[in-house]
Ligand binder design. Structure first.
Ligand code: ZN
Length: 457
């Protein structure tokens, strides 16, 4: 494929991802209710998705599935009956999970229920009150300042009642029962980077896996869940099968322009941590690798000590650190088709490296085999000849059954793909044999060894 064909492919997939984000953007989502159901049904048009409903009141570890929230309308009307704050124009105007109210109140009694952002006076903040029953409105600080004393009609036509918590799950069995987990939250209303970027990239990643028609090593599971309570609920219902998760990623905030950030799993040097760091270092500019911390997105639940799953979090801008975070400025202009397409590419490269990572044994380990005699001192056109030869020598040298292709790629500072191509070529020429896949148990032992041998920086 030429670079201009590649570029066109990226542009085309970027437009598709962005178009899907445009469709999902207007829906008023929350951690329960029709908004998340409608979102899941729209994802279902792209991929097979099993939708689960868990009743309010269900105990999930230390938590309880909350009442279901639905909203039809909300407004503040001035004395002339004009809607000055209108949910129909912008769903961020309502404190998400607001209890119903319909009353005429003086401004002084409404003010404690109004939220604005003085630092960004034109933006509307996104606020929630999931676990404390309250009502409220969010508006720009400029609008708040312009409100005159007097009486206003406030109405939030919502219901907070026993119902269900809804989440979606897409599972693609592979040759192994061991799983790759992709998880994203699907509970934010009109916010583009935080929420929609993860949903659209995860949906299209699932499409890529579906196109492989089960011809893959790992099983793949995609979760579209409400943040925190959704991950806790899923883990509570899948406590034992969660042990099959061999590698996992939480995807969020991956549609903006910032360089990539990867937050490592609690384990710190799991194969997923090393694979993502490796792929980012070869495919992107100035990526940053962050150590695990017990705050952030749903990796907090997957990495809680009772599970300690190898699940990291892939982002561009880091949650909570960009001014647009949880405001009306995290909108469709904040994300870009090309950025979404790049994020999809990175995830696909991570999948490829996980799928193909394995160890080989050099069948000719006493001194170098004579490559020239086998025609292996010439290029196959994959990369620069120097890199290709270099990769073959590294693979031969480290293929003692103890080093995986990822180990070799890291040590040789060459892209995984170049090392993989070299290994395939050497195998075709009878110089390598695969060693059986490592068990999860052995991988943990290797992680420990890798931690010990890692240089202290
Ligand atoms: Zn958020």
């Amino acid at each position: 494929m030429t670079s201009s064909q590649q570029r066109e492919g990226t542009d085309a997939i970027g437009s598709e991802l962005y178009k899907f984000a445009i469709e999902l953007y207007p829906i008023c989502r929350s951690i329960t209710g029709e908004g998340i159901r409608q979102t899941l049904r729209m994802i279902q048009r792209h991929i097979p998705l099993q939708i689960s409903e868990v009743p309010s009141g269900t105990a999930v570890f230390d938590w309880t599935v909350p009442k279901e929230w639905n909203i039809r309308d909300a407004f503040i009307k001035d004395s002339s009956g004009r809607r000055i704050v209108d949910f129909q124009k912008y769903n961020l105007h309502v404190l998400n999970y607001s209890a119903p109210i319909h009353a005429t109140l003086p401004l002084s009694e409404i003010k404690p229920h109004l939220f604005s952002l003085p630092a960004h006076p034109d933006w509307i903040p996104y606020r929630t009150s999931y676990y404390k029953e309250d009502w409220g409105f969010c508006l720009s600080h400029n609008q708040l300042l312009s409100l005159q004393e007097g009486e206003y009609e406030v109405c939030i036509d919502s219901t907070l009642a026993d119902g269900q918590l809804t989440y979606g799950e897409s599972f693609f069995p592979g040759r192994s029962a061991e799983e790759v987990l992709i998880s994203c939250h699907a509970c934010h209303p009109s916010l583009a980077n935080d929420n929609l970027s993860g949903i659209v990239v995860a949906t299209y990643l699932a499409k890529l896996v579906a196109a492989l028609a089960s011809d893959h090593r790992y099983s793949y599971r995609f979760l579209f869940i409400p943040g925190t309570i959704g991950a806790i609920t899923w883990l509570a219902r899948n406590q034992y099968s969660a042990k099959n998760i061999r590698h996992g990623l939480v995807l969020t905030c991956i549609g903006d322009k910032a360089p990539f950030h990867y937050k490592k799993s609690r384990r710190g040097s799991a194969e997923i941590d090393r694979t993502v760091a490796h792929v980012l270092s070869h495919m992107t500019e100035s990526p940053e690798i962050l150590e695990f911390s017990p705050y952030g997105y749903d990796e907090r639940q997957y990495c809680s000590p009772g599970f300690n799953l190898p699940v990291g979090c892939l982002m561009r801008s880091v949650w909570g650190t960009f001014p647009e975070y949880h405001t009306s400025a995290d909108n469709l202009e904040f994300i870009e088709p090309l950025r979404l397409a790049e994020s999809l590419d990175i995830c696909a490269a991570v999948f490829e490296a996980l799928e193909k990572n394995c160890s080989y044994r050099n069948l000719n380990p006493h001194c170098e085999p004579q490559l020239g005699r086998r025609g292996l001192y010439r290029s196959t056109g994959g990369d620069s000849i120097a890199n290709e030869i270099n990769a073959r020598l590294w693979v031969l040298n480290l293929s003692d059954g103890q080093h995986s292709l990822l180990d070799i790629a890291e040590r040789a500072r060459l892209p995984f793909r170049v090392i993989l191509d070299a290994a395939n070529l050497l195998r075709e020429n009878g110089l390598l044999e695969p060693v059986p896949e490592t068990s999860n148990h052995k991988e943990i032992a290797q992680e420990m060894a890798h931690k010990k041998s890692a240089p202290i920086s």
